[in-house]
Design a protein. Structure first.
Lengths: 360, 164
């Protein structure tokens, strides 16, 4: 049974996604042991949530040229044949194989033995995308050169008509001006059941009015169950307070009561002193001075300094000073690097003139 | 030898207070300068306590205290640390904090006079009854066993051996 159907329905067995990880693992192992090896994938299936569904996650598409970085064919450039979505892995044109016993009902046309060589899948992290760069020589001749992107970044996106969706620009990290284009997907073949694009895009309905619906009156009610247990769910006869507030017009201008309230508040605000009086300072300050001048506990003194109003400003000042020193160090390092690069380039060009272009 | 960390005058000490306390004393000067009622008053009264819910003169409704219970507690705790808790207006329902709170708490009845187990409560009575019963044991036996037993007892007393 397909995984999606099992997820959708409670009827066709337990939904494994509901179980804790270790139980899921156990069930998975049990089902694996019971299955023929030909029917299960070599690598365990990834849970639905962790499956790749964006081009940024896959990094490659079907038809991409890739450089293999692991396994027997390390260093070979090959092509992506298919994405194996249940395991987040790739089928490649040139791949390691394993011997597998296939039951007769799965035999391909022309097959004569039970044992076949079945290709192994590869993780997208174990391949590097290969693009084509045009190298211009000094004499003006142009030459195509393959480049493999060590790391990729995805910045910006565009509408790809062939894929029928927005696709991100695939750039080489640290050389973001180099874009490796996505491969063109193979056009889907139409069968007798497929609807032509023109038929699907044809507009067959235009609403007459945006306010009133064209549907006949009572059509929505007729679709509902008249014997529903809790009919208030759709047959609401009341509106809530918040709904009423949204529907009601706000009272403008303000009522006299509200105006009086605003006036009172303004007066209170005007009467509230903003600076402490000298009497207050003397009275409060004397008591506080008596208390603080007798403090002998260093922890309490540190606490008093930390809650004092100027503590925050001091902290910010110290942080800014540290940042300035840090920035200055970085600037000096950059200057040094510039000088080093300049010197290296100078000596390199001299040695090139002497010895010719040496490739390491 | 103990070191002192501060040598401040009144102005400097006031500036050393946290901003919360400074703002509070700016708006509500302490008691000799301005007095505060212990009970709810009108909101516009000159001695309206900012920690109590006061009544509005026009609408006759109770307004919430200007400082919420959380802010009141914050202010009180800060003032306690800086030794100026006596300058704060009184809290609602005569609420106290820290040592004062524990001193002013009424002692609970259970703490004063614990109930105890039933055997503890009846111990003295039972002991008294037991002693009385032991003292009167002979009389009771005589009452039920008759005069013969009384005579036997008397005889036993006479026949009791002594060292002399």
């Amino acid at each position: 049974m397909s995984n999606s159907l099992r997820n959708l329905s409670k009827r066709y067995g337990a939904n494994l996604e509901r179980f804790p990880f270790f139980l899921r693992k156990m069930f998975d192992q049990m089902s694996r042991e019971a299955q023929l090896p030909a029917l299960s994938s070599e690598v365990a299936e990834v849970p639905m949530k962790k499956r790749f569904n964006k081009p940024e996650q896959w990094k490659v598409e079907v038809g991409d040229r890739v450089l293999m970085t692991k396994g027997k064919y390390r260093g070979h450039v090959t092509k992506v044949l298919a994405l194996h979505r249940p395991t987040n892995r790739l089928f490649l044109e040139l791949a390691e194989t394993k011997k597998m016993v296939v039951p007769k009902q799965f035999w391909q046309p022309g097959q004569s033995t039970h044992v076949i060589d079945y290709p192994r899948t590869v993780h997208p992290d174990d391949v590097k995308v290969v693009g084509t760069a045009i190298e211009r020589a000094e004499d003006g001749t142009e030459r195509e050169k393959d480049i493999a992107a060590d790391q990729l970044v995805f910045k910006g996106e565009y509408w790809d008509a062939d894929y029928g969706k927005m696709m991100p620009y695939r750039r080489v990290r640290f050389h973001e001006n180099i874009i490796i284009p996505w491969p063109r997907p193979e056009p889907e073949e139409e069968c007798s059941f497929s609807t032509p694009i023109e038929a699907a895009e044809e507009r067959t309905y235009l609403p007459k009015c945006l306010v009133r619906t064209d549907a006949p009156e009572g059509i929505v009610e007729s679709l509902r169950d008249p014997l529903i247990k809790r009919r208030y769910k759709w047959d609401k006869q009341y509106i809530t307070r918040s709904e009423a507030k949204k529907l009601r017009q706000p009272e403008m201008p303000f009522s006299d009561v509200k105006k009086a309230m605003f006036a009172e508040r303004a007066q209170i605000r005007a009467n509230t002193p903003t600076e402490p009086s000298t009497e207050t300072i003397e009275l409060v300050g004397k008591l506080v001075a008596d208390r603080l001048n007798s403090v002998t506990d260093p922890n309490f003194a540190a606490y008093v300094n930390s809650v004092a109003p100027d503590a925050r400003a001091k902290k910010i000042e110290a942080r800014e000073k540290a940042k300035m020193i840090h920035d200055e160090k970085i600037r000096e390092a950059q200057e040094r690097n510039k000088i080093r690069r300049r010197t290296e380039a100078k000596y390199k060009s001299r040695s090139q003139k002497r010895n010719g272009n040496v490739v390491f | 030898m103990s070191t002192r960390f501060f040598n401040l005058n009144a102005q400097q000490a006031f500036k050393k207070l946290p901003m919360k306390l400074q703002n509070f004393f700016t708006r509500y000067p302490p008691s000799p300068i301005r007095s505060y009622a212990n009970k709810p008053t009108l909101t516009n009264a000159p001695d309206a306590n900012p920690f109590l819910s006061n009544i509005h003169p026009v609408t006759k409704t109770f307004h919430d205290p200007i400082y919420s219970l959380r802010r009141q507690s914050e202010l009180y705790k800060l003032a306690y640390k800086f030794g100026i808790v006596d300058l704060m207006p009184s809290l609602a329902n005569g609420k106290k904090l820290f040592a004062e709170k524990y001193e002013s708490k009424p002692v609970l009845r259970g703490v004063l006079r614990p109930k105890g187990h039933k055997w503890e409560r009846t111990y003295d009575d039972r002991m008294k009854r037991l002693e009385e019963g032991m003292a009167k044991a002979d009389d009771v036996l005589i009452q039920y066993r008759g005069s013969k037993y009384k005579k036997r007892l008397e005889k036993r007393k006479e026949d009791k051996r002594t060292w002399f």
